[in-house]
Design a protein around this ligand. Sequence first.
Ligand code: DX5
Ligand code: ZN
Length: 224
Amino acid sequence: MANELYIAPSILSADFTRLAEEVALVEAAGADFVHVDVMDGHFVPNLTIGPPVVRALKRIATRPLDVHLMVSDPDRTAQWYVEAGADVVTVHVEAATHLHRTVQAIRDGGVSPGVTLNPATPASAIAEIVPYVDLILVMSVNPGFGGQAFIESSVAKIAEIRRMCSERGVCPRIEVDGGIDPSTAPRVVAAGADTLVAGNAIFGHDDPASALAELRRSAQARMV
Ligand code: DX5
Ligand code: ZN
């Protein structure tokens, strides 16, 4: 029997003037998480939202908030998002100087820790932290913007990370973020991903609810 497939719509592509309605729409359509992209204009060349918006989302969301920190100083600021009501806080391996300490602090705050890596960062960079996280987020675009093209080498990296986890006897969720749509989703789940982030493919669609359902259908059959 296949494992469960989770869909995490990225609100980066939602209409920010109607955030509560957009979140409610994808939740009603079966979203498993609400993916929140925090960008600081320094680690990535874009600036999005911070703790006040996460706090507001927490008041209206019925699904867990999956907060992806694209910031230069997560060792210092991850705690802001723990306190703001995130359910998952994911930190870039390239940005954290004391990744293990930060991951532990997130968990001590009662929140699920995740680690993420950029397209040019090898899977080996996360080898030591794998047993300590609940989630590994594989970036399949260079972080910073929605609507970019999927980077093909991500498929092999997902498979490598899935093997790495099996060898260590751990089973964190493996999430993939960037350029996910019904054509790329089947390949990433076949490689071992179980959580799909999608921004443009859902919120860029005329009918986000049917886009979400279509994404799930495209991937479900290929779950490993
Ligand atoms: C990119 C963000 C993504 C982004 C994905 O830096 O981390 O979550 O919203 O958008 P799409 O699905 O449009 O590639
Ligand atoms: Zn993201």
